[in-house]
Design a protein around this ligand. Structure first.
Ligand SMILES: *Cc1c(COP(=O)(O)O)cnc(C)c1O
Length: 451
């Protein structure tokens, strides 16, 4: 009987068990740290907008023997032997990425979205060329032209921002574009609670003959599930990380739709991107991570994921409403995606103080700039809160007033010493933390044994 069952499982379970046993006996310190991190994740309410939680099946891909393969190049065109299986794995990831987003071209090798963005910019521009992206302080990403990143140092970067309603000021985008004639316009954001109109960005890009890159790192799950406009055929290229809303491993995808074979620099756009990732920016791909991307992308194509993505957005709207009812200033007045941005100015506490006080009670969020924030980025005046992990744990819109209420009890009680330090009544901290732990028991991380 067993011989019919176990051959189907193969040797991976034994390998995983041997790895756990070996780590525990040969490196108990590291084992203890990893166990402690596991416990931290199960016993805190993670509401960091850039976080999600991968399924154990995705974890297992990351830890599979595919990690041992050196596979410089692309499927069918490697610089090393022994790549037949990993060719299949990478092709599967490519096919699933194209199917999920309706793309004609996908590169699944980039190690992070930052690398993907820098590679895409390098493929399309020369140093000194004008670039137009969303200002970091208005919600854009470092790699969209901020001075601290290569994108801001290598190119002549210009920024657009928000209008008075907290939405992107498309008229400003158009007028700056006509003024600076950028080679590339980047849209998409890292701390922007509203929907992005990719069609409108493409109209502007076409007016000034610029290439359009849509970076959907934060909203890729909503796009995949049809809950946000899909940029694939509006942007020339779409980039996304795989570890935020796709619930996958740390890494990224570069995608293209109808413009994939458009001529660029004597070749096609797709061929140009292939070379930009390897060999311009990276060496051999992390094949184990590509397997994990394939696994996550497969899960994103299921009805269960569509339901989850819908609930992520519904939860966020309910959370924004709940904070509004508690008297908080919600930036832009609400949300269209998974992000709720709070302006803490009326409370008189910095984002850093709020973040630290909440963490001490088991609520994990991150400090964030608000529009026109006077404080530096290590301090800020706002909080960014996201619903990816809460929704994955099973939380529903009706549960959001309880989550907002827990955060409110801490934020109302916290006494700032200055912008960095605070005092919090230990009784309130303990009370809130006890409720957080109770909620974490009621909403276990899906697939992660607790206890
Ligand atoms: C998080 C993020 C990135 C960077 O992703 P990494 O994989 O961490 O480098 C890029 N762009 C946007 C819009 C992001 O939100």
């Amino acid at each position: 009987m067993t011989s019919n069952v176990f051959p189907a499982l193969g040797r991976l379970p034994d390998l995983a068990r041997a790895g756990i046993d070996g780590l525990r006996t040969t490196d108990p310190d590291l084992y203890r740290m990893l166990e402690a991190e596991y416990r931290r994740q199960t016993d805190t309410l993670v509401m960091v907008a850039s976080c999600s939680v991968v399924d154990p099946s995705v974890l297992v891909c990351s830890a599979s023997p595919a990690v041992n393969v050196t596979a410089e190049g692309y499927p069918g065109r490697r610089f090393h032997a022994g790549c037949a299986q990993v060719d299949e794995i990478e092709q599967l990831a490519i096919d699933r990425a194209c199917a999920l987003f309706g793309a004609r071209y996908a590169n699944v090798q980039s190690h992070s979205a930052s690398v993907a963005n820098e590679a895409v910019l390098a493929a399309l521009m020369r140093p000194g060329d004008p670039l137009l992206g969303m200002e970091l302080r208005q919600g854009g990403h470092l790699t969209h032209g901020a001075p601290a990143s290569m994108s801001g140092q290598l190119y002549d970067a210009h920024g657009y921002g928000l209008g008075p309603d907290g939405g992107i000021d498309y008229d400003q985008v158009r007028s700056i574009a006509h003024q600076v004639r950028p080679k590339v316009i980047v849209c998409g954001a890292t701390a922007y609670p509203r929907a992005v109109d990719f069609r409108r960005f493409r109209e502007i890009a076409d007016e000034v003959d610029a290439m359009l890159i849509a970076d959907i790192s934060h909203i890729a799950g909503l796009v995949a599930a049809g809950r946000h406009q899909n940029p694939i055929d509006h942007a020339h290229l779409t980039t996304t990380c795989t570890h935020k809303q796709l619930f996958g491993p740390r890494g990224a995808l570069i995608l293209s739709g109808r413009d994939w074979d458009r001529p660029v620099g004597g070749t096609t756009l797709a061929a140009r991107i292939q070379r930009a990732i390897f060999p311009l920016f990276q060496g051999a791909p992390a094949v184990n991570t590509i397997a994990a991307k394939a696994c996550a992308l497969g899960r994103c194509a299921t009805p269960a994921f569509a339901e989850l993505a819908g609930r992520i957005a519904d939860d966020a709207r309910a959370l924004a409403d709940a904070f509004g009812r508690l008297g908080y200033t919600v930036v832009s007045g609400g949300t269209d995606n998974h992000i709720v941005l709070l302006d803490l100015t009326p409370l008189g506490i910095s984002g850093l103080v709020a973040e630290k006080a909440l963490e001490s009670a088991g609520i994990i969020v991150n400090k964030n700039h608000i529009p026109a924030d006077p404080r530096p980025s290590a301090v800020t005046s706002g909080l960014r809160i996201g619903t990816n992990t809460l929704a994955a744990r099973g939380a529903r819109p009706a549960d959001m007033s309880r989550c907002a209420g827990l955060a409110d009890r801490v934020l109302r009680a916290v006494q700032p010493v200055d912008d960095r330090d605070h005092v919090l009544d230990p009784c309130i901290r303990a009370e809130v933390n006890a409720e957080v732990v109770e909620l974490c028991r009621a909403w276990p991380l899906p697939g992660y044994p607790a206890g």
